[in-house]
Design a protein around this ligand. Structure first.
Ligand code: SF4
Ligand code: SF4
Ligand code: SF4
Length: 205
């Protein structure tokens, strides 16, 4: 075998190795992308209803009216770890309504009665401010109108309720109809991760 032939063989092996390594990297990248499927999601820091400085804004109902799914694939989600379990929740009660004999606002905020108020532990009638409640959103009733989301803000609320695209409802349109209409560019495609999915799954009914 001549010196030239040997060099050509070695060069060929190096090139083949480089190409194969490149293909391996691309395959790995594609595998990662396939694992982390792209999904439409609400960016809470941009959404009019979800952003923390928006308590006085006008509610935006485009997530309800624009989605191609009945009621909408966007629903309100209470992130329980952030919820203050307040006695008078501004997302549950219409805090501008008249106060009843029980000392509570007489009307609820949700137009679809989709939020359940459940006492935690023993209720002390003498000390209402020291009673705590769990606020559970019924996703079958919720249409993602965002009213409760907008009102769960400081100083009365803690911003624990946000709007989320629910993956078990979304049909993953090529171009999300809400994203086209959203005035804040708050709906975009993100990589679906296991953490995101499980954190959402903990709020399903
Ligand atoms: S359309 Fe945009 S701003 Fe309006 S509720 Fe949906 S995500 Fe928020
Ligand atoms: S988003 Fe609208 S329908 Fe859903 S729980 Fe909140 S107020 Fe009710
Ligand atoms: S992708 Fe389609 S189904 Fe999903 S939230 Fe957007 S409009 Fe609704």
């Amino acid at each position: 075998m001549s010196g030239d032939t040997t060099r050509r063989d070695m060069l060929g092996q190096v090139v083949r190795g480089t190409v194969l390594a490149g293909m391996g990297g691309a395959a790995l990248f594609l595998t990662k992308k396939a694992d982390g499927q792209m999904v439409w999601q609400v960016n809470a820091s941009k959404c009019i209803n979800s952003r923390l400085d928006a308590a006085d804004a006008e509610v935006c109902t485009l997530c309800t009216t624009e989605c191609v799914i009945a009621l909408s694939a966007v629903r309100a989600v209470n992130e329980y770890s952030k919820c203050g379990r307040c006695s008078i929740c501004p997302a549950y009660f219409d805090v501008t309504s008249a106060v009843g004999d029980d000392g509570l606002p007489s009307q609820k905020l949700c137009p679809r009665d989709a939020i359940e108020r459940k006492p935690i532990g023993k209720i002390d009638p003498e000390d209402p401010a020291n009673n705590f409640y769990e606020y559970i959103i019924d996703e079958v009733k919720c249409d993602g109108c965002g009213r409760c989301v907008l009102k769960c803000k400081e100083p009365l609320g803690l911003g624990s309720i946000v709007l989320k695209v629910r993956y078990n409802k979304c049909v993953d349109c090529n171009r999300c109809a809400i994203s086209i209409a959203c005035p804040k560019d708050a709906i975009s495609q993100v990589i679906k991760t296991e953490g995101l999915e499980s954190s959402l799954a903990s709020h399903t009914d």
